[in-house]
Design a protein around this ligand. Structure first.
Ligand SMILES: *Cc1c(COP(=O)(O)O)cnc(C)c1O
Length: 336
């Protein structure tokens, strides 16, 4: 892969930190756990979408676009990061927020990411839960084009072959960093949703023959659907980047046992993971993605599925802004 072939706008100083979670490792008595801090990607409190947006915004600017259009759930981190990047690049931004999580909680509906979205000045519209949001965003783009704008429509989570290049790049960055530190990585664990992060990582690691297993912890779809989505996109981005032979199906592994009642619905495992990382490491996870991802990692360690001899890297994909949308849930835990 030769990623310099693709238009790209640098948005944060790479590499993001790779740190050892000494206290968590000791607490669990299991493997050595490291954390790759992709929550530290600078733009408007950061997160994994910034890596994708380096390539997506790069393509948008190369095409002469003046408006970024995207969509997500009400507390979408992707939407917040897209609005921030548009602001930084002097572009307009139009976003659609789906009422995907059924709730009347004012914190969820107005705090966290929503507050920041509004602060950064995007045009926000809402859609009912169950809307085909990618189709709605394309329609929004057409409407803006008819009104004279030059829109660039980004799919949910920034997960297409262009966005996934950001995580191919991360795969290269992580392996170079680990090599320099003398760190051998057995397993890379992270939360997987719209699939672009895992697709890029799996394709990128395969492309450089890293021999590192990747495990996505699902936050929404069941395992079969999630793995199929990741595999499809991994093959798309591999081909787009000029890799021959595609990505083997067995390189794509998702565990979707930690979703709980549904997307964005809190679980007790998430509560424990968020508070353990906060109290033992001073690391802030998020309720929708990285909290559930870490809950999965902790449970698999406790069950011995991930053995004590392993070296595990947890990719922190960001999202702690979303904690404010779940204030009531965490306060219940303090009271208990
Ligand atoms: C979007 C997101 C993810 C999932 O990444 P995908 O590329 O959509 O699979 C994980 N964690 C956080 C905090 C996110 O915002």
């Amino acid at each position: 892969m030769h990623l310099a072939r693709f238009p790209r706008i640098r948005l944060f100083p790479a590499p993001t930190p790779l740190e050892k979670l000494t206290n968590l490792s000791r607490f669990l008595g299991g493997p050595e756990i490291w954390i790759k801090r992709d929550d530290c990607t600078v733009v408007a409190s950061g997160g994994n979408k910034v890596r994708k947006l380096e390539f997506l915004a790069g393509e948008a600017v190369a095409q002469g676009a003046d408006t970024l259009v995207t969509q997500g759930a009400v507390q979408s981190n992707h939407v917040r990061q897209t609005i921030a990047v548009a602001a930084k690049l002097g572009m307009a931004c139009a976003v659609l927020l789906e009422h995907r999580v059924e709730t009347n909680d004012p914190a969820y509906l107005t705090s966290g990411n929503v507050l920041l979205d509004r602060l950064m000045g995007a045009a926000i519209e809402y859609r009912p839960g169950g809307t085909d949001m990618n189709a709605a965003a394309i329609a929004k783009g057409e409407e803006l084009r008819a009104a004279g704008a030059k829109p660039y429509v980004i799919p949910g989570g920034g997960s297409n072959r262009v966005g996934a290049l950001g995580y191919m790049s991360c795969a290269q960055e992580l392996m170079q960093q680990a090599d320099e530190m003398g760190l051998t990585i057995d397993l890379l664990v992270h939360a997987t949703g719209s699939a672009g992060t895992q697709a890029g990582l799996v394709a990128g690691l395969h492309g450089i023959n890293a021999g590192v297993r990747v495990l996505g912890i699902g936050v929404r779809a069941p395992k079969a659907a999630q793995e199929a989505n990741v595999h499809r996109l991994a093959n798309e981005v591999a081909e787009y980047a000029g890799m021959r032979g595609g990505v083997p199906r067995e390189a794509v592994e998702a565990n979707c046992d930690y979703v709980g009642p549904g997307y964005g619905q809190p679980t007790e495992g998430m509560r424990e993971a968020v508070s353990l990382l906060a109290r033992l490491e001073g690391v802030l996870l998020d309720p929708v993605y990285s909290g559930k991802g870490m809950a999965g990692l902790i449970d698999l360690i406790r069950k011995g599925v991930i053995g004590a001899g392993q070296r595990v890297v947890f990719l922190h994909t960001g999202g702690s802004v979303g904690l404010y949308g779940y204030q009531g849930f965490f306060e219940q835990g303090f009271a208990a």
